[in-house]
Design a protein around this ligand. Structure first.
Ligand SMILES: Nc1nc2c(c(=O)[nH]1)N[C@H]1C(S)=C(S)[C@@H](COP(=O)(O)O)O[C@H]1N2
Ligand SMILES: [Mo]
Length: 369
């Protein structure tokens, strides 16, 4: 039976509010109103698959192998990991590198995500660093390679995705092998029994259904790690420019960004109303400095207080009111800035695969008399 016939009803039951893409692989995202919570509920969290959902048996039969450039290769069960290593919880934003790709002009190949391929959850597991240290990494190890049993649609011998992390991120205290999401066992759709959690890195680095970690003596070259996959040009490129993959670098820390989750596009307010504006801001590695809001097309910006987040990798809430004082179209924009001075651009620099769109969002509505 084609996988999709089984997967689609499951997704509709577990995540009824999501928009499902017409694709062979199962991909779905929520409307922004569903993201109006500090911790994104599982039933509102986007789903991204590069291949078919794998058959996953019982959790007690799941094993994770660590091998490659290590002194002591090992095979772990989920229970074994829990028993041997400290359990930690990290609240972190998970965002697909292709989130917002539909806004690129000219359009690029790839899933035409709107702005909902992002969420913030509590991830619980063991530190990837502890598991690596236990295996005794050799000095030759510079990168991890992550493996999972999912395969490209209709190609049972081709892995769907096998990405990895530079050693410095693999050993960072926030990077986990997670077995729980929002205090529930990690759902199968989100990679249960085990997935990588790499806070601040693009979703592609968060390998789902993790069953093998191989330490590599060079940048991992697994599926979707090569060519221009999940890479940005080092120097800006224009549409039509000749591509040399030597001039591309793997996306690591995601850029600073903000998202208005209330109101949403198409809102209607009455003149004289005080309109509640709320949303979130986040940034991959560099801490947030501020969020500003503009209701006059970017002529003037006003700083909006940021509420504290649940740790360094969670998104931070902002909430304010604006007055709808004149009838007509009304556009709300927010712009986040990090402590290094990077701001969201009004228009994103085009790149050939449509990654990392953090351009200022326009929420368009109307004010009526
Ligand atoms: N095994 C496996 N892991 C994967 C993927 C995949 O296709 N296969 N997709 C990646 C991408 S591109 C993203 S954005 C995130 C999405 O995680 P989610 O489906 O839990 O939201 O998973 C990542 N991990
Ligand atoms: Mo992704």
């Amino acid at each position: 039976m084609p996988h999709r016939l089984v997967e689609l009803p499951l997704l509709r039951r577990l995540k009824p509010g999501l928009h499902v893409y017409e694709e062979a692989a199962l991909n779905a995202e929520p409307g922004l109103a569903l993201l109006d919570e500090p911790i994104t509920p599982v039933d509102a969290f986007f789903i991204r698959n590069n291949g078919e959902l794998p058959e996953i048996g019982e959790e007690r039969d799941w094993t994770l192998t660590i091998d490659g450039e290590v002194e002591r290769p090992a095979v772990w069960t989920v229970a074994g990991l829990r028993q041997r290593f400290e359990t930690v919880t990290v609240t972190a934003v998970l965002e697909c590198a292709g989130n917002g790709r539909s806004q690129f002009s000219p359009a690029t190949d790839g899933l035409q995500w709107r702005l909902g391929a992002v969420g913030c959850a509590r991830w619980t597991g063991v530190r990837l660093a502890d598991v690596i240290e236990h295996a005794g990494p050799k000095p030759s190890a510079v990168y991890t390679g992550h493996h999972a049993p999912d395969r490209q649609v209709g190609k049972p011998d081709k892995p769907a995705l096998s990405r990895g992390l530079p050693m410095v991120k693999a050993l960072a205290p926030e990077t986990l092998i997670a077995f729980a999401m929002n205090d529930e066992p990690l759902p199968r759709l989100h990679g249960g029994p085990l997935r990588i959690v790499a806070p601040g890195y693009p979703g592609s680095a968060w390998q789902k259904w993790l069953d093998r970690i191989s330490l590599r003596p060079f940048e991992h070259d697994g599926e979707k790690m090569r060519g221009t996959d999940y890479r940005l040009p080092v120097e800006p490129l224009r549409p039509g420019d000749k591509l040399d993959t030597a001039d591309f670098a793997v996306i690591t820390d995601m850029p600073v960004k903000s998202l208005v989750t209330t109101p949403v596009d198409g809102f209607v307010a009455r003149t004289g109303d005080r309109l509640k504006v709320g949303g979130f801001a986040w940034s991959g590695a560099v801490r947030l400095a501020a969020v500003e809001l503009s209701c006059d097309g970017g002529e003037s910006w006003q700083e909006v207080p940021l509420q504290p987040g649940e740790g360094d990798f969670a998104w931070q809430r902002f909430e304010t009111e604006v007055s709808a004082d004149r009838a007509g179209p009304f556009t709300i924009m927010t712009r986040a800035r990090d402590v290094a001075g990077n701001s969201q651009p009004m228009e994103i620099a085009w790149n050939p695969r449509g990654y990392c769109n953090n351009q200022v969002q326009r929420v368009r509505g109307a004010v009526t008399d």
